[in-house]
Design a binder for this molecule. Sequence first.
Ligand code: HEC
Ligand code: HEC
Length: 401
Amino acid sequence: MNRKQPNIILIIICTGLGLFILTCSVSKGFVRNLFDQPTPYLLKISIFPDSLNIPADNPMTVEGIELGRYLFYDGRLSGNKDKKKLMSCASCHKQEHSFECGIDNPLYKGGRPHGLSGKETPHVMLPLINLAWINEGYLWNGKISNSNNTLGDEKLGVPAEPIYNYKNIESLVWMSIVSPYEIAGNIEKTVNTIQNIPLYPPMFKKAFGSDTVTIERIDKAIAQFIRSLVSCNSRFDRFMDGKAELTTSEMNGLTLFTTERGDCFHCHGSPALPLWTTNLFMNNAKDIDFNEIGDRFSVTHNPRDRGKYRVPTLRNIELTAPYMHDGRFKTLEEVLEFYNSGLKRSPYVDPLMINMNHGGMHLTNKDLIDLKAFLLTLTDSTFITNPQYSNPLPWNKYFIK
Ligand code: HEC
Ligand code: HEC
């Protein structure tokens, strides 16, 4: 027997052990860092357009979305730990109402929310649903858009710095924190509070590679979570996919919607644009005088934009009463009655309101029932029950209703 063999075996064992030890120690540094890279999150929905509104400096990642979800639901985002002063995005944006507050919310009577200071928001809510596909501007009047170059707002104590711009969902995060109508907070206090909650620094490290909390990272994480809120599984979507049926009444409603008899498709999309909105700004003939301060005109200063608001999505419309920017209609029946016989003539009405000349659609009661039946097929119950969108924190602990 060759006497050298055991030595070779020993060397192999030692080398193996050495490598093993080496691997273990490396795993604390290099290898772990390798795995600490946030995991890219691909947002691609085949039935929606490809043109996503995602800033180049905030790509979506699994870890960023998860952090954003915690912050979205955490009342300590207000910079307070006192239970009476907790407020988060989810205080108003509720999953069961497609992330609006709901007309039946005891805290916000009639669906008009008010912020921590008690001030009512100037407009009623918009849902947080498929927002990554909005390129025309956010809010009812489109004030927040990529072409906007306004910085910060000294009146609100927000410095004029590039991160405090009014361009995208990221800006809506800090705006909601400082807005006197919403969280009525203070950026510095919010950042300090979040930094000192032990749960968060490790989550910031996973999402952004550093456990330092900054307002920029808070903005980015919550914006990522909001972009992940996708609805594409209503009964109508399943019908288009050959996986569900529509009743005769719903089919008739669809025909009315997509032809000039009902004339909804010009502004609210169609089976070919199943976001169920064009996201354009329109005047839909509700009024004669236009002197409201928050309309599209207030952004563009173009006189032709008086009384224009962004066309809202009709996805989950069943869950998002009250309707229109001022919540003037409490039910879908009231909305349909308006489009049927309540149109008001003014020089500002959009030419796409084809039925303007007759003051409305003038459908029979049965047709109105069918149109409503069709609208209800756009409800996506999987969206409002998706656990990935729900509150990850213990209920009632860090969160007011
Ligand atoms: C007090 C209630 C309230 C709170 C709290 C609140 N929001 Fe909102 N949110 C609203 C209202 C009302 C609107 C519509 C405002 C408008 O267009 O004038 C809105 C609109 C938005 C929009 C624009 C949606 C669109 O389609 O253009 C985004 C995004 C948004 N909120 C994010 C947030 C985030 C993020 C937070 C938490 C940091 C938050 N909101 C906290 C009431 C609230
Ligand atoms: C010329 C464009 C246009 C046409 C045509 C049109 N709408 Fe609208 N719709 C709008 C605009 C703009 C708003 C928001 C107006 C506001 O808030 O002041 C709106 C709001 C609504 C709302 C309330 C949405 C919400 O979240 O508050 C419903 C429901 C609605 N439309 C349904 C319909 C139906 C059904 C038809 C067809 C009978 C129709 N619309 C035709 C432009 C249009």
